[in-house]
Design a protein around this ligand. Sequence first.
Ligand code: G3P
Length: 236
Amino acid sequence: MKTPLLLINFKTYIEATGKKSIELAKIAEQVAREQGVNFAVAPQFSDLKPVSEAVDIPVFSQHIDPIRPGAYTGHVLAEAVRSAGAGGTLINHSERRIKISEIEETLEIARSAELATIVCANTSGVGAAVAALDPDMVAIEPPELIGSGVAVSKAQPELITRTVTRIRDVNKTVKILCGAGVSYADDVISALTLGTDGVLVASSVVKNKDPKKLLQEMAGAMLDHRGLRLSASASN
Ligand code: G3P
């Protein structure tokens, strides 16, 4: 999975359900292609197949269960989301939390199904704990800011820097994302400047009257950040 990454979590918002999930995913794909940035989308399970058939950007499942194929009525099987077109999965999102023992097992199952993994963490300590299990990415998301419109990267920058430091103590290579309240291009710049490899966004994009415009601005921020880094390294 390429970084910096911006993943749009569709959650169970009606604005991104059914046909609307395809429309939003297509907007994300168009902006990503036109501006040359890495976007991914996480629609609901029932929309994984139509979305992944409609777009050529990474599609994530919002969750999988720590189960193997068999008699588990109502559970979500890694192989099922994979065959529906998902290339990765969120694990342990604040709205779908599981135990640490289940996170470990889910990671093994996801790997064997060839799904990229983003494990969410509500605190820096949980971030370090799950980083030790070696997922592809860890996403720090303080629950109290989710859906608030107040960005974690602005309101709690010290949480991000502490999480990055604690994760690097146990895992030098895992990618680190942050999310919760990310609403503006500037929030994306702040997140990247604090040392993350990208952001998770939901309500600001999904519930926006003009999601394309906001995604263009956020993509612009990702490019500006890259430019700033290049000019800093050129002057060193
Ligand atoms: O997974 C991302 C999400 O929890 C953040 O939600 O609405 O604060 O962008 P939101």
